[in-house]
Design a protein around this ligand. Sequence first.
Ligand code: SF4
Ligand code: SF4
Length: 311
Amino acid sequence: MTHQPLAIIDMPPKRKRGSGIVRHPRRGLAALRGMQGFRRVVQVSVALYIAWVVYDRAIVAAAGATGTSPEALCPFGGIETIVTFLTAGQFVPHVHSSNVVLAIAVLLLAFLARGAFCGWICPLGFLQDMVASVSSFAQRRSPAIFRGVRALRRAAAPLAVLDRPLRFLKYAVLGWAIWGTATFGVMVFRDVDPWIALLNIGQESTGFGLLVLGLTVLGALIVDRPWCRYACPLGAANGIVARFSPVYLERSAPACVDCNLCTKSCPMGIEVATATKITSADCIGCLECVEACPRAGALELRFGLPFGGRS
Ligand code: SF4
Ligand code: SF4
């Protein structure tokens, strides 16, 4: 991940001597051997599997038969139906038992590995990562594209003040989706869900969902992971569970050289370089900050009691 949200001017980092051993970053193909290479392999594998399920469904539908819907692979549908079942004693349309199993698995993962589902598995997160990567690549190759994206970011720079307050929007979306489903017995979020729109492309009308998907892709040119930061109800649910997780990242001030590379590499815009313990509900567990850190021991995964002595 390379671009920071709405940031225009990169100030030179303040340097200091740290006690950690210097780590030299891998470049080119060697970078694929690292942790981020492994993360990309996981993301690509999941995306290919989902693409195959969507393709298979389209073939089955074209033959006039009915097959398993790719929506059966959406964990958020499971969360909605669990709450609806507990409050109203009923299941909702479009939900399969696999949704419920996946929802429980994702929430368990959120406890054990914070937002790792979002950072390592979710194909919609991967799509946003790819838009950012392709944009960075094109900007390096083409001065015209570089100038165009820079102009777009300059125009959007005043919106940076909205970054923090807008992050609460996803909790409102989560509340609305769960309340609406429990009240009306249908998944009210489904019509605006970009993930459902992506799964059903070419199958049925997904008007608003497609619009949200398009806005997400466009937004990813300006700010990393806009859907995850501001609107994803599943990310919000993961973040709430992750608050109780015993796993977190810790920055060691004696080893740190204040280079700010961790903050710059974070796709969720978390101020890693000034924190001691990174327990943000927005952390997607991608570990890009750890890979970017040039000092061994300056930024490491820790295991401890929830809430115990965190900053
Ligand atoms: S803090 Fe680190 S692990 Fe968490 S989202 Fe940012 S880069 Fe990824
Ligand atoms: S923790 Fe962040 S600021 Fe400190 S050395 Fe590592 S990348 Fe640089």
